[in-house]
Design a protein around this ligand. Structure first.
Ligand SMILES: [Fe+2]
Length: 180
């Protein structure tokens, strides 16, 4: 039997006129806003740590194959920066404050920062970090369910790119890594 759709437009109109300073967050917003903002600030910290780690690897990659791998590190670093910007924008839209503070950044981040001694270790550490991000985003997406479709869709888009990053790094490890 088809699900009945009922909507009280008068009620929605009246509600929309209240708290207009809340902008995109209406009375119909179903997720727990403080929790979502906290989770997004952890995701923001994770992206920033990934930007820093990829950039470090880009500038310090050495060896015969370094140029190709270094270029990939830079591409990933810039894509992580774009993720950080998306997340910061959504935190503001939800009425929160994006936490860019270096203070506690490594603690807020799910992924770890590693200098990486050689090319193989750099690729491995970046792959581990991507796998951590993939699992973290998966958990937040499941937590959101259908309570905040906009944040969920944004995170689904980011998750798809982290999976591409992980795929790229596996290929680099096979091609250039010594498979320690
Ligand atoms: Fe990312």
């Amino acid at each position: 039997m088809a699900k009945n759709f009922e909507s009280d437009i008068k009620k929605i109109r009246a509600r929309a006129r209240k708290h207009i300073e809340d902008g995109a967050v209406t009375a119909g917003y179903r997720a727990h806003r403080e929790t979502v903002i906290k989770l997004l600030n952890e995701a923001l910290a994770t992206e920033i740590v990934c930007v820093l780690r990829y950039r470090r690897h880009h500038f310090t990659a050495t060896g015969i194959n370094a140029q190709t791998v270094a270029a990939e590190f830079l591409l990933h670093a810039n894509e992580e920066q774009a993720h950080a910007d998306l997340i910061a924008g959504r935190i503001v839209q939800l009425g929160g404050a994006p936490n860019f503070s270096p203070e506690g950044l490594a603690t807020r981040s799910h992924a770890e920062y590693h200098d990486g001694e050689d090319l193989t270790e750099m690729i491995r550490e970046d792959l581990v970090a991507e796998r951590i991000a993939i699992d973290s985003y998966g958990e937040v997406i499941r937590y959101l369910g259908s309570d905040d479709p906009t944040t969920r869709r944004m995170l689904e888009g980011i998750l798809a790119m982290e999976e591409e990053h992980a795929d790229d790094l596996v290929s680099l490890l096979e091609e250039f890594g010594k498979g320690k």
